[in-house]
Ligand binder design. Structure first.
Ligand SMILES: Cc1cc2nc3c(=O)[nH]c(=O)nc-3n(C[C@H](O)[C@H](O)[C@H](O)COP(=O)(O)O)c2cc1C
Length: 209
């Protein structure tokens, strides 16, 4: 079995994270893997917002908790320090499909870097509110975007997360936590998007502030 198929089989949703921040290089690599996903007519109508600012991360988690109807104190992001919000242009007919592929690529990329991830839903409802529309405007993102999902990322809190996650599958997950080769990074809030192109060359634009 080749490494990519092996990773596809082994990746599991992680629901218990350490609070340690993930290096910026790793976040960028995960986002890049998402940008290279196939997209309808190569329109690349998907953007990804990287949130590592704890205040904003906690605000998003709280909004998500309320939408999900969970009791106060529950963190639907499972303590993950990084939230990659995937949004798709509402006016592009394959936006939801494109965004879902981006999510899949990013979860797989996170796994291959020794990081845990999980798709957290309810981004659609979040970004229907004025508050989160304003967040997009504040980040300089113009246009009409629909929330597809949050890919939460972090270092798995091993003891529970992997064994619990593996428990739902016939095969054991095996060893996965390769040490990361990146230095620690400062928390950031930023976004990265691919531009619509007429060729097969993918270019990206990163802004962190
Ligand atoms: C569209 C979608 C929405 C999901 N939403 C959530 C969520 O809100 N919270 C959560 O803990 N897991 C969520 N998940 C993760 C699934 O529960 C998980 O992928 C599934 O149980 C299979 O487990 P695996 O990812 O380990 O294979 C979501 C997955 C998808 C594809």
């Amino acid at each position: 079995m080749n490494d990519i198929i092996k990773a596809m089989l082994e990746r599991r949703s992680i629901r218990k994270f350490k609070s340690d921040m993930v290096p910026k290089e790793a976040i960028d690599e995960i986002i890049k893997a998402g940008l290279y996903a196939a997209s309808g007519r190569n329109q690349q109508a998907v953007i990804t917002i990287a949130v590592t600012n704890k205040e904003l991360r906690d605000k998003l988690s709280e909004a998500n908790r309320k939408i999900g109807g969970w009791a106060e104190g529950f963190d639907p992001f499972y303590n993950a320090p990084v939230v990659l919000i995937v949004l798709a242009d509402k006016n592009w007919p394959t936006g939801i499909y494109d965004g879902s592929l981006v999510m899949g690529n990013m979860m797989l990329a996170a796994y291959t870097l020794g990081l845990g991830s999980c798709w957290i839903h309810r981004a659609k409802q979040e970004f229907e509110t004025d508050e989160y529309k304003k967040l997009l405007a504040d980040l300089g993102i113009n246009g009409d975007y629909e929330g597809i999902g949050h890919c939460v990322v972090g270092y798995p809190s091993l003891g529970q997360a992997f064994s619990k996650a593996c428990g739902s599958r016939a095969e054991p997950c095996g060893s996965r936590a390769e040490p990361l080769r990146f230095p620690k990074a400062e928390p950031l809030v930023g976004f990265l998007r691919a531009k619509p192109l007429n060729s097969n060359t993918l270019r990206s634009e990163t802004e962190y502030g």
